[in-house]
Design a protein around this ligand. Structure first.
Ligand code: 5GP
Ligand code: ZN
Length: 116
């Protein structure tokens, strides 16, 4: 998938609308179109990266930033103490459908482990 066709790049540049819950110079966070929990937020880097499978050592700060931001959102929205689930689906067996690296932040109900 080229970056010009990538739906999450289009969300970053506003061509596709989304409900943003947070944004800064590195990432944006927005509500998932098809929520799997009462809270289902996606965090994505502004920079296009296909998947966790494609990251390099140079992405260390971006990866750290995404997780730190997920934890901030969890605290800000008040569900950190109850708990939440962070997921990065990767490639086919991982269930990845959009090939722009993203972190799922899910909360508002209990989650089972292992996931299906
Ligand atoms: P994946 O399966 O790749 O880990 O997750 C992709 C996620 O993106 C899915 O949960 C799906 O509902 C969400 N999604 C796909 N297209 C859009 C869109 O256009 N807008 C929003 N907000 N979410 C989307
Ligand atoms: Zn992209």
């Amino acid at each position: 998938m080229s970056e010009t066709q990538c739906i999450f790049c289009k969300i970053v540049d506003g061509q596709i609308p989304s409900t943003r819950v947070f944004e800064d110079e590195v990432c944006i966070a927005f509500n998932d179109l098809s929520p799997q929990a009462p809270t289902h937020v996606l965090l994505i880097p502004r920079e296009h990266v296909d998947s966790l499978d494609k990251v390099e050592r140079g992405h260390k700060d971006v990866l750290g930033h995404l997780l730190l931001t997920a934890a901030d959102i969890a605290r800000d929205k008040g569900f950190a103490e109850d708990g939440y689930r962070v997921v990065i689906n990767t490639n086919s067996d991982g269930g990845q459908t959009v090939f722009h690296l993203h972190v799922h932040l899910l909360a508002g109900r209990p989650f089972v482990f292992p996931p299906g």
